[in-house]
Each structure stands twice: as structure tokens, then as C-alpha cells.
Design a protein around this ligand. Sequence first.
Ligand SMILES: *Cc1c(COP(=O)(O)O)cnc(C)c1O
Ligand code: SF4
Length: 380
Amino acid sequence: MSELNTEVSQLINSNERPSYWYDWKWQYKNRITTVEELRRIITLSEKEKSDIEFCLTNFRMAITPYYASLMQKDNVNCPIRMQAVPTINETVKLDCEMADPLNEEGESPVPNIVHRYPDRVLFLVTHRCSMYCRHCTRRRVVGEEDNIITEAEIKTAVDYISQNTKIRDVLISGGDPFVMSDERLERIISALRAIEHVEIIRIGTRVPVVMPMRVTEGLVNMLRKYHPIWINTHFNHPSELTPDAIAACARIVDAGIPLGNQSVLLRGINDNVDTMKTLLLKLVKSRVRPYYLYQCDLSQGLGHFRTRVEKGVEIIQALTGNISGYAVPKFVIDAPGGGGKIPVNPEYIISGDNKKYILRNYKGDIYKYPQPPDLADEYK
Ligand SMILES: *Cc1c(COP(=O)(O)O)cnc(C)c1O
Ligand code: SF4
């Protein structure tokens, strides 16, 4: 046990925040990656310790000191802890689960590109993240920090995009693009911006949630040179919206970057109306627009996080009409096998024909909407 590690665990457990706490490189370098470090921060039984050791042989753990400071010390059901600390449940593999449930590899024309939809691609620029989410859908590749994506591979991917004039939207993801240096990220973004048919560039990042100090003025000032840039982040629980996280979101939005959020519906973490409502309202208050709520994917070892599909429908139904439309995300299932995102909605159409539609409103009251008259008959 080095002295520095002792110091990190002490800092996490106190309210003391020296200036280096706000340096993202310090946060990154001092991530909690071993059971030995973790046991100084939260209470762990002997069984939990050996279970975690076992899990780490499959998918690594890394928790920033910042995110670790949000964990409740003695609560195994703490929503922050459940996203960050492995449990033996992740070693259970069900028959329906797959390493690559979304068939990203099958739809990859060149390495690190997933081209599933006609006008947009997913561009995976790194396998590293600041925190490894236990519910990560891309756990088959994410966290392999030694498996570096080379400049040559990046160039091949950019060339693919430049040769496909139908691609108007590039979604930069990973891993987490914001663990890269500003310089390396800028090289990728400026190369994409130089392609005439690329209209928008989006970035998917969990940094505002797990390492908000990474969102520096330097980073957002770099990004704003390449507008239109859009960002989607990944808050799952209201307790993640700390003053630091909210300030990071504000720096992004103040740079003129529309900021959306994608949550995953996770059993025991956010699978109830009250938690979800609090999260969504807090997001909107922080100028973050809820975009998608995902049904948990079929990646191996995620069975314990999955909820029944009806749960998500019930949550969306309870929110629709009762809170601002801005606060209600689209609930989707990313189709196993690679069919893309499929919206799953409560039913508001009772029946429809040539003459009229019969509809149900959010309170369950029934309304009739007549179809327009046949133009040939009624109008000259
Ligand atoms: C989610 C996703 C996109 C973006 O889809 P939107 O619905 O436009 O947000 C693009 N490509 C792949 C492979 C995706 O999984
Ligand atoms: S930040 Fe995203 S890619 Fe990284 S571990 Fe979490 S869910 Fe996976």
C-alpha cells in the first residue's frame, strides 16, 4: 500500500478537496482499480472481496476518486456503488446473452466504425473510460486499455466516412472519447469537420457524471470551434447530479453545445417512477435534455440489471403528460442482433380508420379525432 493510495482513500472519505482533486489527470491516475484500495473506502465482507477479485479477471474495475466519494460506505444497494463495484452476479451468463448483442462487429465495414443506419455512423475512438460501468453493454472490448486504437486505424475510419457521402452524422464514442487528450481528440474532430458531407458531429461521454473536472474550459473552447457539435451523456440516478456535475453540464451548454442524456433502466438503481422522475426533472433543470431511456442490453453478465419491459413502459406512461414533455425520454430497446433502436411506447391509439382515430390521453380519458374530409368531395 503506497502512501499516495492511503491519501486518496482519506480524501475520498473526508470533505477535504485540495486543488489537485479538481485536476482530471490526478483523478484519472488515482482511480480505484483494486480490492485493496476499495476496502479502504467502502465496507466489504471477505466474500465480497474474493468475489470482486474473481470478477476483475473478466472486466476491469476503475472508479474515479470523485465518483467513489459519492458511494455510501455501508450500503450494498447504493445506486452509485452498484454501477461501479462488481458483484458476483456479473459472472452469471444466461443462454440468451451474447458478447456482442447488437452485432456491432457484423456491421463494421472497417475497424472501429459501426454503420447500421443509412445516414450516420458510430465511430469508436478509444476502449478506455474514466470509470468502468458494471452495466456496460460494450464490455467485450471496453476496458482493454492495452488494446490501443492506432492513428492508422483512426485514419482508415475517417477515410471510410469521407468516401461515403451519405454519412451526415458521426457519433464519436468508445470507451469514452473525453479520456483522450484535447490534442488527440481535436485531430479526430478537425479531420471529420473537413469532410463536406459530415453535417453534425456528436460525442457520447460519461465524463460529466464520473469525472466532471475533465470538462475544462480548454476542452469546450476546442469543441466550439467545430460546431455543430452535440453531446450525449449518461446520468442514471439523481444522486449523480452533484454541483460539480451540474457545473460541468453548464460549461458544455454554455459553449453552445446541445446536451442530451441517455439512461439505462437498471434494476434496483432507477427502475421506479419516483427515482426516474427526480432524475429527469433535475436533468432538465440543469439544461440537459433526456434523449433515450434504454432497456438493458443482452450483454453477458448483465442479467441482474435487467428489468421487465413493462417496467419501462409503465414509467414512461406515468411521466407522460404529468411532467414537461422536455423531461420525458424515448424508451427504446436496441434490437438484439443489430436491428437498431426500437421505440417501445405506452399505447395511446385505441383504434383508427378512414374516418376517425380514437385516442386515449395521459389520464385514460377517451377522445375522438376526425380524419380530414376527402379533398375531392368537400373542397373545390
Ligand atoms: C444509437 C446509434 C446511432 C445513433 O442513433 P440515433 O437514434 O440517431 O441517436 C448510430 N449508430 C449506431 C450503431 C447506434 O447504435
Ligand atoms: S462510460 Fe460507457 S463505454 Fe465506458 S464503461 Fe461506462 S457504459 Fe461502458
